[in-house]
Design a protein around this ligand. Structure first.
Ligand code: C5P
Ligand code: ZN
Length: 494
């Protein structure tokens, strides 16, 4: 069955076709021109952005660029673009709307209800539906780029911002945070590539970003080294991952000084010799477990540092910054996330740390529940299913699904589908594919688009990460349909 791999929009290029950067940048310049027209006419601009780290950084980038233009604007952050949101926007009257990190998957809805407005969609999700005369869209998929890896929603917003004014290049580091928040570094070197790489280069040139090849332990700016090591699960380090006490012992045995003046040292406090020592010892440990050398090498990768942020804060390492913003979005503090990106510090920074602590506690509780409660994870023919109904908050489902797929809890041959109850008798579903599935060209985004439409819901996303919302009475049928579509896609490729 080839249903999941056909292009859905006239003129939409398959990502495997030759990419056309010129056309992509021309579309960004066109969107910038449109935004300049709104500003010149003194129009009130509504900005709608997505609540994950990529959406929040996109919102901050757009807010800063519009602020610098003295534009009249308001930002709202939403978990999805649906009929309810669109009705609210219709009720607010006619004025230009800029959608960031959402919109391309719902072109028909925009056309049907909002085409009397000037609409600018700056997105990287797979487009679905027809364009219309009042729509200006920038989306890498139209130009042969894969929006799951080559540029994110905040990257698209940044590209337009730079067309608005070259001095907006100082916002490049935010786009890097967004891209990492969307896991666009899913490659062995953990690098941002393609259009993302151009943004990285802008950030370095603007003096706001540095890139190094270094240990990628999670929490390199803020966590004590043994905790950062224990938190590292990709690659999984037998005897160390998840085992703080053993990591402490391991480092002490190596003679690594763990504290300095009573303060725990973080990975970024270690010198090159100490890092080398730790790396060599881990490599030895892995080879004693008969694991190939390539596993240890995965501990080294690109590290993106926001060099204008204070050392030891969550904002200095781009991956930690992304986690912090994700926490804001998921814990109902999206506004706080946008203001941090906009430049607020001090009180905002204190508040956000509390949000982050509460978020991590909630995630740990969910993970504990999933891994210790019988029958929460169910293996179907072609997928794993996690049923979080009655327990997992819908806003946390995507993050939980991401953590589960990158842990070593499940085999790598099947994607993971997770569901939970949402407001108004709805169901929220998240899907994540493994790199093995992606190599076989599985595309969860198109599968979710197709299956949710069959049950009157909305869905879409990227090849490796997709989401959907539909009425909960269709839960079983929807799961069956996804199982079937995944099966026919994976088997077709064998
Ligand atoms: O919500 P979740 O994190 O699982 O979403 C995964 C991806 O799918 C995100 O990029 C999200 O924007 C996208 N998505 C979508 N349409 C939906 C739900 C999610 O494009 N209805
Ligand atoms: Zn995104």
């Amino acid at each position: 069955m080839a249903c999941c791999f056909i292009s859905r929009v006239d003129g939409l290029m398959d990502s495997e076709n030759a990419s056309n950067p010129k056309a992509f940048y021309a579309s960004a310049a066109n969107a910038a021109e449109k935004i300049n027209e709104f500003v010149a006419k003194g129009q009130f601009i509504r900005v709608v952005s997505h609540l994950d780290a990529d959406g929040l950084t996109a919102a901050s980038i757009m807010a800063k660029s519009l602020y610098r233009l003295d534009a009249l604007f308001r930002i709202r952050i939403e978990k999805q673009l649906d009929e309810d949101l669109v009705e609210e926007l219709v009720a607010e009257g006619v004025s230009p709307i800029i959608f960031n990190d959402l919109g391309s998957g719902d072109l028909d809805l925009l056309k049907r209800r909002l085409s009397s407005n000037d609409i600018v969609v700056l997105d990287h999700h797979q487009p679905l539906g027809d364009t219309f005369p009042t729509l200006t869209q920038v989306n890498p998929h139209y130009h042969g780029f894969n929006g799951a890896q080559e540029i994110s929603g905040s990257g698209v917003a940044y590209t337009v911002a730079k067309e608005l004014n070259a001095s907006n290049a100082d916002l490049a580091s935010l786009a890097v945070v967004g891209a990492l928040g969307d896991s666009q570094d899913r490659n062995p070197k953990r690098e941002l590539r393609s259009l993302n790489q151009t943004i990285v280069a802008d950030g370095v040139e603007a003096g706001c970003l540095s890139v190094e090849n270094d240990l990628t332990f999670y929490g390199r700016e803020t966590r004590p080294v043994h905790k950062a090591l224990a938190y590292t699960t990709n690659p999984f380090l037998p005897g160390l991952s998840g085992e703080e006490d053993k990591c402490l012992g391991f480092l002490v045995n190596l003679g690594i000084k763990l504290q300095n003046g009573g303060r725990w040292r973080a990975v970024n406090d270690l010198n090159a010799d100490e890092k080398q020592k730790i790396f060599s010892e881990i490599a030895k440990l892995l080879s004693s477990k008969r694991l190939p050398d390539t596993v240890a090498l995965r501990l080294i990768g690109a590290v993106y540092t926001l060099i204008q942020e204070d050392r030891g804060t969550y904002l200095r390492d781009a991956r930690e910054y992304a986690s912090l913003l994700n926490a804001c979005g998921r814990m109902d503090k999206a506004g706080l996330g946008v203001s941090i990106g906009f430049g607020d510090r001090e009180r905002a920074l204190e508040e956000v740390q509390d949000v982050f602590t509460a978020y991590k506690k909630t995630l740990a509780e969910y993970m504990n529940w999933i891994t210790t409660t019988p029958n929460v994870i169910d293996e179907h023919k072609n997928i794993y299913l996690v049923n979080g109904r009655g327990t997992i908050n819908e806003n946390m489902l995507g993050t939980i699904t991401t953590i589960l797929i990158s842990s070593n809890i499940l085999a790598k041959d099947k994607p993971l589908i997770a569901l939970t109850s949402a407001e108004n008798d709805m169901l929220k579903i998240s899907g994540r594919a493994t790199s093995t599935n992606i190599e076989k060209k599985l595309n969860l985004g198109t599968i979710f688009q197709e299956a949710s439409a069959e049950f009157g819901g909305t869905g879409g996303g990227h090849d490796a990460a997709a989401g959907a919302q539909l009425h909960q009475k269709f839960a079983d049928e929807f799961v069956q349909r996804i199982d079937q579509l995944v099966g026919s896609s994976l088997n077709e490729k064998e």
